[in-house]
Design a protein around this ligand. Structure first.
Ligand SMILES: [Zn+2]
Length: 309
């Protein structure tokens, strides 16, 4: 009897927690409604719809045959996104690609999906979207399950090619990086790459450990991108401005240095507190979104797991 009572209390507490989290999620989405959007030209047929706020970048490929969107921000912003698209072309999008499952890149699926526009993603992205998911700190919010109309309609496992006239678009899954469903999207003729949140500018990245993220995979994914890109490539990050190989290498070096320093400290048998103090001094980036302490703790957990320390 006592056990049943404890179970009931715990389950009530859990339900209250979940309810609080989902209503928090709704208010996070609503707050974004005031986001302003800016349109930037990357190349003659590639554009960036860049938000001033927390939402993610949208890539726009105005192809000969199709208008393709890479990510779509939030459903509350879809009218503003459509206004920006009208500045490029009167055509409606014919295809959407989700770089990964996080809401600030894919919540627009709810609108575009209900218009029956096909949505392509890695199969883990769809699996993550099918259920409520607790995002890792510092976000720590439950992203609500998508209704069927907002789910990707075409999924793949390792690699997929799409074609538009003479352009080849290659989608490649990179394992366990920012999440477990990240893809790199390469436009081969245009030499433009879209990375989702594998790569963000001027900040520490958010690594969603609860949903398959791992700093080791993140470094591996960026190294893969550096290998297939070249000095003339345009790299479009998940958040921030378009850039090139120089910024990508700097970002890879930053992540690798932080990871390696954490390995050395852990091998010296320093305590968790000592490692955090050391790393807070070591990491130079000032970041308001992912704080250094959270990032250090995530990195330490990954290092302990991979290096068996
Ligand atoms: Zn993300």
């Amino acid at each position: 009897m006592k056990q049943i009572l404890v179970w009931l209390l715990l389950s009530q507490a859990f339900q209250q927690y979940c309810f609080g989290q989902t209503s928090r999620f709704d208010s996070i989405i609503k707050k974004q409604i005031s986001t302003k959007e800016e349109l930037r030209k990357i190349q003659p047929n590639h554009f960036l719809i860049q938000p001033i706020g927390d939402a993610g970048n949208i890539g726009v490929f105005n192809g000969k045959q199709r208008l393709i969107l890479i990510d779509n921000q939030l459903g509350v912003l879809t009218p503003k996104i459509k206004q920006q698209l009208k500045l490029i072309t009167p055509r409606k999008p014919s295809l959407i690609i989700n770089t990964h499952f996080h809401y600030e890149h894919t919540n627009g699926n709810l609108v575009f999906g209900s218009e029956l526009i096909p949505i392509v993603a890695h199969e883990n992205t769809r699996i993550r979207m099918e259920k409520d998911r607790l995002l890792s700190a510092p976000v720590s919010v439950i992203q609500k399950a998508y209704p069927t109309k907002g789910l990707p309609t075409i999924t793949f496992i390792e690699r997929m090619q799409l074609y538009d006239d003479t352009e080849t678009i290659e989608l490649t899954h990179v394992k366990k990086a920012h999440t477990d469903g990240d893809i790199i999207i390469q436009f081969k003729n245009a030499n433009v790459f879209y990375t989702g949140d594998l790569f963000v500018r001027n900040a520490l990245p958010f690594i969603d450990e609860n949903n398959g993220g791992d700093i080791y995979g993140m470094i591996q994914a960026i190294n893969y991108l550096i290998n297939i890109a070249n000095e003339a490539s345009k790299i479009v990050p998940g958040h921030g401005d378009v850039c090139g190989m120089k910024e990508l290498r700097e970002y890879r070096d930053m992540l690798t240095t932080i990871r390696n320093k954490t390995i050395s400290l852990a091998r010296e048998k320093k305590s968790e507190e000592e490692i955090i103090t050391n790393m807070l001094e070591f990491i130079k980036t000032n970041d308001s979104y992912v704080n250094k302490k959270v990032f250090t703790l995530h990195t330490l957990r990954m290092v302990q797991k991979h290096e068996r320390l």
